[in-house]
Design a protein around this ligand. Structure first.
Ligand code: 6R9
Length: 565
């Protein structure tokens, strides 16, 4: 390490000269990598999965290593193609068709990936639902997009508020134990799969056909249904090549949950476009299990998040010494700031850098990144991906000079960009209020060498352990509790998780604060909304700061959470 700079790794890499490529690159040049460039037949499921079997001779290559306690399985590309064709045929049998929204509410399991690909194959739209979501979160999301079907598990299905979801016609239940309690109104996933033919089920679509409605939390109001289209594959592929530097012999592990954008785009779609095996680990995070998994499968490229790295670091040197992680070529990080200590740990203990990547649900692909061929400045999220113009703009949309903090903005028009917000043209337009810029909601600055430095969210969205939490949703839930008159929620800095959810509470008359109540409120949010959104800290206050319009004042609340009250 040289001061705050980590030198570029010697090549060759897929991307060898960042500056030169950045100057000349055009996303259109990537299109020839896809079969549709010749055939005109488009479907992201074809490029990510079937093509490995039909054109690349990889039918017998392992596509998926699955490990979850006693359940340890492997699937080849050939098997996954057939299984996802089967599920596509099941969907067709039940009348699910192109453009229909299908919720994916399953724990990480092979059935999730099989179902996901099956949905894409028929041109339907996947609505990923994080497995921690509870009734209210599910109602808002599945209700908003009027999903007609959902794929779920026996444990999770009881959280679905069916009475509030009139459009929902089919509940496919994956029952791993078999013989489980599948009621007459539900469809047994395994039974249908057994009966279904594995004949080709692909429905060809257009580049602009939607494939995903990814709900992302904003600062105010309910989560927004971010629409992504099949054309997003152009961005997935080329970032896989240049940011992740994927090579034919790689074993790839992205630890993000497939309920979030990273666990989808880089969890399987991108590595499979390169015909690479992915690792999927079910169950809860445990530092030791993760190290064991890295060793067991000989993971070469690992995409994870700073909170996970910090948890492994806290396991101490003894933990790392037990496992042989020498196959790792490099690590990538996303979701929250990659703090310099984490990078220093990786350099010292693993001998390799961690490449930070900045992006969001709305961007659909890695946007500002570090690359093997570029020196890394500690604390920087790196430089814009070729083809991407990034800038810092003020609150009127004017570009700011280097070293000034402002809104991180991106010039609209990249291939994986969101194409809309489900049911709300208005919310979509809010991102583009300063043409030609897409306003990310993050603040950052750029130094004189063109490196970007992330500073935080500008809008009050909370980022806890890399997971995005909308304060409004949490406040709304808290206000439903009889003890709560009003609530304000903000992210409070935390050494392990980046931020924690902190709630300021105004009590109703007749209620007194006590530790039991804090536990009760925490559980109330956990049971109603989601565990990761439940406040870890409470504070009783006489009133919540408000804007002129009477909404919670996000800036003031953030100030409180930073200790400026
Ligand atoms: C991909 C993903 C997006 C928000 C984003 C920002 C934060 C993402 C980051 C990062 C610091 C990075 N974020 N990458 N913060 N360094 N490398 O995480 O999508 O769930 O939509 O969250 O995450 O605040 O605005 P999403």
């Amino acid at each position: 390490m040289d001061g705050n700079l980590i030198q570029a790794l010697p090549g060759p890499h897929n991307l060898d000269n960042y500056e030169k490529v950045y100057k000349n690159f055009d996303f259109a040049s990537v299109e020839k990598e896809f079969s549709w460039f010749e055939t005109g037949r488009i479907n992201i499921a074809y490029e990510a999965l079937d093509r490995n079997v039909t054109e690349k001779g990889l039918a017998d290559k392992t596509a998926l290593y699955y490990t979850n306690g006693p359940r340890v399985e492997e699937y080849t590309f050939g098997q996954l193609k057939k299984l996802s064709d089967k599920f596509a045929n099941v969907l067709k049998k039940f009348g699910v068709k192109k453009g229909d929204r299908v919720g994916m509410f399953l724990p990480r399991s092979p059935e999730l990936y099989i179902s996901f690909l099956g949905i894409l194959k028929i041109g339907a739209i996947v609505v990923p639902l994080f497995e921690a979501f509870m009734e209210e979160a599910l109602k808002d999301r599945l209700g908003d997009c009027e999903a007609v079907a959902v794929v779920t598990s026996p444990d999770l299905k009881s959280r679905l508020p069916l009475q509030h979801l009139p459009a929902l016609k089919h509940v496919f239940v994956v029952d791993n134990e078999r013989g489980g309690n599948v009621s007459a109104t539900e469809i047994d996933w395994h039974q249908e799969m057994q009966a279904a033919p594995d004949t080709e089920a692909m429905v060809w679509v257009d580049r602009e056909t939607p494939m995903l409605v990814m709900y992302a939390s904003g600062a105010d109001g309910k989560a927004k249904g971010v629409i992504h289209v099949h054309n997003g594959m152009v961005g997935h592929y080329i970032t896989g090549k240049w940011v992740h530097d994927l090579q034919p012999d790689d074993v790839y592990w992205c630890t993000a949950d497939p309920g979030w954008i990273t666990g989808i785009v880089y969890g399987f779609l991108t590595p499979w476009m390169f015909g690479l095996p992915i690792v999927i680990k079910g169950g809860r995070f445990k530092a030791e299990d993760w190290c064991e998994t890295l060793e067991k499968y000989g993971v070469t490229v690992w995409y994870s998040a700073p909170t996970a790295f910090r948890m492994i670091i806290s396991g101490g040197d003894e933990l790392l010494e037990k496992y042989d992680l020498s196959k790792l070529r490099h690590i990538l990080s996303v979701g929250e700031p990659l703090t310099p200590e984490v990078m220093e740990w990786s350099m010292a203990k693993l001998g390799i850098p961690i490449y930070d990547t900045w992006w969001m649900s709305e961007t659909g692909m890695n946007m500002i990144c570090n690359y093997r061929c570029l020196p890394i400045k500690l604390g920087s999220i790196g430089k814009p991906f070729p083809g991407i113009t990034a800038a810092i703009v003020d609150d009127d949309g004017n570009e700011l000079p280097p070293n000034k903090i402002g809104n991180l903005a991106l010039k609209a028009g990249w291939p994986s960009m969101l194409r809309g917000i489900w049911g709300s043209e208005e919310k979509y337009k809010e991102y583009f209020k300063f043409q030609p810029w897409f306003i990310s909601g993050d603040s950052a600055y750029r130094d004189e060498d063109g490196y970007f430095f992330f500073q935080g969210r500008v809008d009050g969205v909370i980022n806890t352990a890399g997971e995005r939490v909308g304060p409004w949703e949490v406040e709304n839930k808290l206000r439903e509790h009889p003890a709560v008159k009003d609530a304000g929620v903000a992210g409070k800095p935390d050494a392990l998780r980046g931020e924690i959810v902190k709630a300021y509470i105004v009590l109703n008359e007749g209620y007194e604060w006590n530790p039991d109540l804090s536990e009760e409120l925490r559980n109330y949010v956990k049971k109603g909304l989601a565990a990761h959104a439940a406040p870890r800290e409470f504070e009783v206050v006489p009133g919540i700061p408000k804007t002129k319009e009477g909404a919670n004042d996000r800036k003031a609340l953030k100030g409180w959470a930073l200790g400026l009250k």
